[in-house]
Design a protein around this ligand. Sequence first.
Ligand code: NI
Ligand code: MN
Length: 227
Amino acid sequence: MKLTYYGHSCFSVVIGGKILLFDPFITYNELANNIVDVDSLPADFILVSHGHQDHIADCVRIATRTGAKVIGAWEVHEWLQKQGVSNTHPMNTGGKWNFGAFTVKCVVAQHSSGLPDGTYGGNPMGFIITSAEGNFYYSGDTALTLDMQLIPRWAKLNFAVLPIGDNFTMDAVDAAACAEMIQCKTIVGVHYDTFGFIKIDHPAAEKVFRDSGAELKLVPISTTAEL
Ligand code: NI
Ligand code: MN
């Protein structure tokens, strides 16, 4: 599977020729907004893990241009409908849905979720994506939680996308522990370096994963990795 990183927690994965874009946040990301053109980003589906600005800021803009179907919590769906985005699919923690080329299962994330205007965003979520081409887990913003031990029941993962920036989410040490719980050795790190609170030491983070027998991939912005 091909994963393209767009900075912070925004990335896309292509499955069955469909482009799944996660947590679009380009406009306000100083590390990405000179490199990534938000108005030419392709998407067939947009998956939003929770309502925070740094995960949803460009969702309406991209959904409006592309007509992509937006998948997220019920409350995020209701809010998007009020912003004029009509092609949405509401879900909630524990549920799964087959979208054709892939299935999405929503899992627990230990975080919070308010939308940019203060509207309640429901529960934050992680996603397990399963398909004929492979499976992956995107945890969304979360603490390390024992709930992650359940994930191998639902999918044998090719890779996982985990936050490593600390302060708002797991750090690299907790993310490496998560990698063990979910039985996955290939981890793409996200949610780091974007703001002062989450700047990290890259070689130190990579070493934490190496020491636990896994690999941390820090994909440069606007670059595609084969996973
Ligand atoms: Ni958040
Ligand atoms: Mn965040």
